[in-house]
Design a protein around this ligand. Structure first.
Ligand code: AMP
Length: 177
């Protein structure tokens, strides 16, 4: 199985070549076609098996194609919720790398740091938001975040979210999408 066989577009395939990815991992070859068909999926894979690219690549592709078709303005069209600041930063870096040939912008928000840089970024306009639940709710309450344009939602590490007691926050966030 190659990345081309997954029907990924050239701007994405060329980045994967540069990154030295030769073929999709199992979670990627199983998840990417379904996400490109806009199906809802539940994926389970161990850390380090390429889970981030399994959702980031098709999200970039779907939003890129929609942008070409509709000339969409910058609104938050995809939300990735993740339990920790470290994961949020890592996922943001992955979107930046995989999307470097695609005119979409991502922003990362997490708690434990002053909010100014994050709110500046939100106000400058982003297409993809990666967030931890607490800071996201806080910024939603302050009206810095509008989730009404969300088309694709990812709950990363859903099992850890449950363990960490994030479910009430996650429910409130989903209700706002
Ligand atoms: P993740 O499980 O998403 O944290 O990814 C683990 C590591 O595997 C990251 O450093 C990725 O850059 C790398 N990776 C993801 N997909 C592939 C692939 N298809 N081939 C080679 N490396 C990959």
């Amino acid at each position: 199985m190659s990345f081309e066989k997954l029907n990924l577009i050239e701007p994405i395939v060329s980045v994967l070549k540069e990154e030295g990815y030769e073929r999709p991992t199992p979670i990627q070859s199983q998840a990417i076609p379904l996400i490109l068909e806009k199906k809802d999926i539940l994926g389970c894979a161990q850390t380090g098996t390429g889970k981030t690219a399994a959702f980031a690549l098709p999200i970039l592709q779907l939003l890129c194609m929609e942008r070409d078709n509709l000339r969409l303005t910058r609104t938050i069209k995809s939300l990735i919720l993740t339990p920790t600041r470290e994961l949020a930063i890592q996922i943001g870096e992955s979107f930046t790398t995989y999307g470097k040939n695609i005119p979409l912008r991502n922003g990362v928000i997490f708690g434990g740091v002053p909010q100014k840089r994050q709110t500046d970024k939100l106000q400058s306009g982003i297409d993809i938001l990666i967030a931890t639940p607490g800071r996201l709710l806080d910024l939603m309450n302050q009206k810095y975040v509008d989730l009404s344009h969300i088309k694709i939602f990812v709950l990363d590490e859903a099992d850890r979210m449950l363990d960490m007691g994030f479910i009430p926050s996650v429910k409130k966030i989903i209700a706002a999408t």
